[in-house]
Design a protein around this ligand. Sequence first.
Ligand SMILES: [Zn+2]
Length: 189
Amino acid sequence: MKLALAVILWLIATPALADSYQSKKDRERATKSTQHPAPPAPGTKPAKLVNLYNQWTHDWLAVDPLSPPSLTEVSGFLRDHFTNEATKMDPKLISVVIAAAAQFKSDFVNVVSGFRHPKYNLILRKKGHQVARDSQHTHGNAIDFQIPTCSTKKLEAWAKAQKLGGVGVYLASGFVHMDTGPVRSWTGD
Ligand SMILES: [Zn+2]
């Protein structure tokens, strides 16, 4: 009888109930497993990720602001697209970009430039691009980025207030450069 009652209850159960039953089972299974980290407590929201997009390599890096990615992940993501080579990036760059995304309530950041191999930097200079000879990009100390939820001007003001290092604003192109070199600022096109 008990079984029949259980079956009837099961049949009339709403999909939502079935789902919660399923997730409870999953949670129990996950708790017993030694291969997975403990699941978050029921009712806990998943971490809000910030999605970084590298417009040259078309790579994505989803960052949990509470557990930042490894230096290897960051350096790979910000690699030079021309030579496909990576360098050791300054980890402060990702922290500051994530802080900017939080400031402007965005879960998306478009990365215009990260590491620039000296070879590629030279090519850009020869083509007449706005590129410094010994750019901080060639040392893995700079990032160019844009955030769709704020204007370039607002992002520039915020970047300068961080006093991290250099801040360049490129209004026509619509991005901000930040680096961990000496504190200075400039305006490009
Ligand atoms: Zn730059």
